[in-house]
Design a protein around this ligand. Sequence first.
Ligand code: 8YV
Length: 302
Amino acid sequence: MTNETSHPDLYLLAGASPALAATLAERFTLHRQTPPATTRAIVGGGSSVVDAALLDRLPALEIVAIHGVGYDGIDLAATRARSIAVTTTPDVLTDDVADLAIGLMLAVQRRIVANDCAVRGGGWQVDPARRASGRRIGVFGLGRIGNAIATRAAPFASELHYTARSAKPNFAGVFHADIAELAAACDVLVIAAPGGNATSHIVDATVLAALGRDGILVNIARGSLIDEAALIAALEDGTIAGAGLDVFADEPAVPDALKTMGQVVLSPHQGSATVDGRAAMAALVVANLDAHFAGTPLITPL
Ligand code: 8YV
């Protein structure tokens, strides 16, 4: 254990739990506002922004340890150019995010949240929901999380469809190169691809129209993948039937229009937020930092 004066400076962005912050404080001098030029490490969440302007202010920076799997806010060209290591926390959150996707899929179709509100308000009227089994289910993005969603969705699916960078010969589903084709082929479309420029607003009015009036959209990835204005319009005019959303374009802001819709289930970006998952993510962040400062190989580098 190093003594207090030799603790490296660490810039702590949003995303760390109090427990992780406490563990980091044993090893580092934490900065939450303005990081000093001597900052050697950054810890941030999956959506944290680490751009070239920030890196230019931190010439001593050696490592960015992400508490999450997303890195759409990290300028990887800029970190690479400066030989700054970047780590994430893959695998340990896969099951939790996939579980939430299935939860949202079921909650929207069976009107679980709307009916919960009705019962709490003294109601007992049951407007039949729609059957959740036997649906054509599509997954956009077949990485670790998309795969786990597909595995869980299979028992609910009459057909499984997917879009990925390339067809997966060992995956028991129908490949679509194009997301509009995928949407047209399914009743439930689950978004599980990374954010970033390549996928920005990829779910637009055309894709929503292809999903159709019986279609349900579930997003556990990033709000940036969806044209939120187009989604609101599609929900308002019945172009699609409903949506389950864990992520939004401008978190923590959620459009008021979505809050009034009974066919929508809203969730506060909680995909990885289980006690077990968050503990494992925090442990992996610390393990990567420990490895870096001990000069040993990183556990989960990008
Ligand atoms: C975390 C995420 O909630 O993994 C990601 O990319 O968005 C989430 O699992 C986020 O990193 C905050 O810590």
